[in-house]
Design a protein around this ligand. Structure first.
Ligand SMILES: NC(=[NH2+])NCCC[C@H](N)C(=O)O
Ligand SMILES: [Mn+2]
Ligand SMILES: [Mn+2]
Length: 320
């Protein structure tokens, strides 16, 4: 770890924000993701790369969950599921992540489902308003309240961050911190029809698996950075949904889609972003240790290990 960050304080510190949360989607188990990642030794692995690590236990959302329990079954607005719960949790995450970022620490958020990115991106962009966002995912997660078929908020965080679509009253706290030219996608291959239109109408740059096949991952990451960060001066937030990887590589996730990134392609993205020296925020999302089924311990081990190795690659682990 020789490079000195223009943004982070010394000694370089990672603050882990463990988010055992699943309210943005319907499959049980994704709330166990952060617990498994830490149990696999992630704290020590990051320390071995030369970082100071803050981790004081996972975020406790019980207070919020209990307080909202009486409205639990009624927490639906139109088609949108759990909007009050997701909003309250993301608001808390935004505050925690923002506080770490303002102190010059690098917040590492362990999901939990990808709705949490409303919190992580809000938090990081409150500290770095000119930051850019690199979103690695099979999905665009840019459905709006109007366009969603599933009603799951983990399919909508990007539209909320951009401030497009109908604004739900409980998300009053969430400011549109993101602009369309400051986000770029890598790995897309399961984008809803309405989402394709949103991407097009807003001129949002995306490198799908088609572009990864066509140009190779090296060129794709270079083009993605050229788009959001042409002079390589702006802070970078990387939000990595493990379903960006092929299901043969990362099987334990809620919405797997075949034809994804290889093991190396996924890690290359993290390594190349690390090499810029501009990373200020990182999310590792959608690791679900209850999938594909309770008996498949090998798949869980493999996916948790990849959550850890993607993190290490983002934080300076090199092959040589
Ligand atoms: N973070 C995720 N895994 N998102 C999957 C979203 C799938 C689908 N587009 C939806 O809106 O529900
Ligand atoms: Mn996804
Ligand atoms: Mn996602």
């Amino acid at each position: 770890m020789e490079t000195k960050s223009p943004f982070l304080s010394e000694p370089k510190t990672v603050s882990i924000v463990g988010c055992p949360f699943r309210g943005g989607q319907s499959r049980a188990g994704v709330d166990e993701g952060p617990i498994y990642l830490v149990k696999a030794g992630l704290v020590q692995q990051i320390e071995e790369l030369g970082w100071k690590v803050n981790f004081n236990g996972h975020h406790q959302f019980e207070g919020i969950e209990q307080e909202l329990a009486p409205i639990r079954d009624a927490d639906v607005l139109g088609t949108v599921k759990n909007p009050k719960l997701v909003s309250r949790v993301c608001e808390a995450v935004a505050k925690t992540v923002g506080d770490h970022a303002r102190k010059g620490e690098l917040p590492l958020t362990l999901g939990g489902d990808h709705s949490l990115a409303m919190g992580t991106v809000s938090g990081v962009f409150s500290a770095y308003p000119d930051a850019c966002l690199i979103w690695c995912d099979a999905h665009a997660d840019i459905n709006t309240v109007e366009s969603t078929d599933s009603g799951n908020l983990h399919g909508m965080p990007v539209s909320f961050l951009l401030g497009i679509g109908e604004k739900l009253p409980m998300f009053e706290w969430l400011k549109p911190v993101l602009t369309p030219e400051r986000i770029v996608y890598i790995g897309l291959r399961d984008v809803d029809k309405a989402e394709k239109k949103i991407l097009k109408d807003n001129g949002i740059k995306a490198f799908s698996m088609h572009e990864v096949d066509k140009y190779g991952i090296g060129k794709v990451v270079e083009m993605a950075l050229d788009h959001v960060n042409p002079k390589r001066t702006l802070p970078i937030h990387l939000s990595f949904d493990v379903d960006a990887l092929d299901p043969t590589v990362a099987p334990s996730t809620g919405t797997p889609v075949r034809g994804g990134l290889s093991f190396r392609e996924g890690h290359y993205i993290c390594e190349a972003i690390c090499e810029t020296g501009l990373l200020v925020g990182l999310d590792i999302m959608e690791v679900n240790p209850a999938l594909p089924n309770m008996d498949d311990k090998m798949s869980v081990k493999q996916t948790v290990a990849i959550g850890c190795s993607l993190t290490r690659a983002s934080l300076g682990e090199t092959l040589l």
